[in-house]
Design a binder for this molecule. Structure first.
Ligand code: AP5
Length: 216
């Protein structure tokens, strides 16, 4: 299956995409992870993206499209769970062109809905592992040993763009402003499946599984 997860920053896209990808045995392709990886390695693209990511602004389309298009061409990406891309109508058209070149189409667009106040609470409590990208929450999903990743033993840290002020900025410029045109674009093709993102990680993942079953 070729699935796309849309939703505000902190809605749980990464958490759910990782579970879904493992269930479907498909890669989880996340624009944020690919950008952070490029920043960590200080590639030319990563150096260009850094200031945008730290301010909580959208990285220019051509940079993000470059990393995503390259990843979609990999042999393991016949099916995928895409997270964080596209974020604008322009990126949605770019994605369609990239998939068309590969002779592929999307099967469903899952829209995770979570209110702003819950988002601020989730992101200001988030921890992540820079080594394997797994995410945690200090209260809702803590690691077994404080400060250490359960999966790879790496040291956990908070993301620089997860302070409350940057989170509110990200919500406005990366979600509330562009989401209307993005949903309209996919709704015309009957692809949008709204999913309530409130409740535990397990409850949300069960809702997603049911929504996919019902839509296919
Ligand atoms: P990116 O990494 O994609 O950030 P984001 O969209 O802001 O999404 P997040 O990773 O913050 O949240 P998420 O929805 O994955 O939630 P998570 O599962 O971690 O992008 C980073 C930056 O890169 C952007 O700001 C931008 O600058 C740039 N960028 C990326 N893509 C771009 C694009 N296409 N165009 C331009 N620029 C782009 O969960 C959040 C927290 O909540 C965790 O702590 C988790 O444990 C917890 N949690 C999850 N589910 C639940 C639950 N059900 N209940 C309670 N807590 C929960």
């Amino acid at each position: 299956m070729r699935l796309l997860l849309l939703g505000p920053p902190g809605a749980g896209k990464g958490t759910q995409a990782r579970l879904l990808a493992s269930r479907l045995k498909s890669p989880h392709i996340a624009s944020g992870d690919l950008l952070r990886d490029a920043m960590e390695q200080a590639t030319p693209l990563g150096r260009e993206a850094k200031a945008y990511v730290e301010r909580g602004d959208l990285v220019p389309d051509e940079i993000v499209l470059g990393v995503i298009a390259e990843r979609l061409k990999a042999p393991d990406a016949e099916g995928f769970v895409l997270d964080g891309f596209p974020r604008t109508g322009g990126q949605a058209r770019d994605l369609d062109r990239a998939l068309e070149d590969l002779g592929r189409t999307l099967d469903a667009v899952l829209h995770l809905e979570v209110p702003d106040e819950e988002i601020v609470e989730r992101l200001t409590g988030r921890l992540f592992c820079p080594q394997c990208q797994r995410v945690y929450h200090v209260l809702h999903d803590p690691p077994r040993e404080e400060g250490t990743c359960d999966d790879c033993g790496g040291p956990l840290s908070a993301r620089k763009d997860d302070d409350a002020e940057t989170v509110r900025h990200r919500l406005r410029v990366q979600y509330h402003e562009p989401i209307g045109s993005l949903l309209k674009y996919y709704d015309k093709r009957g692809l949008v499946v709204p999913v309530d993102g409130m409740g535990s990680v397990k409850e949300v993942s069960e809702r997603i599984a049911k929504a996919i079953e019902a839509g296919t």
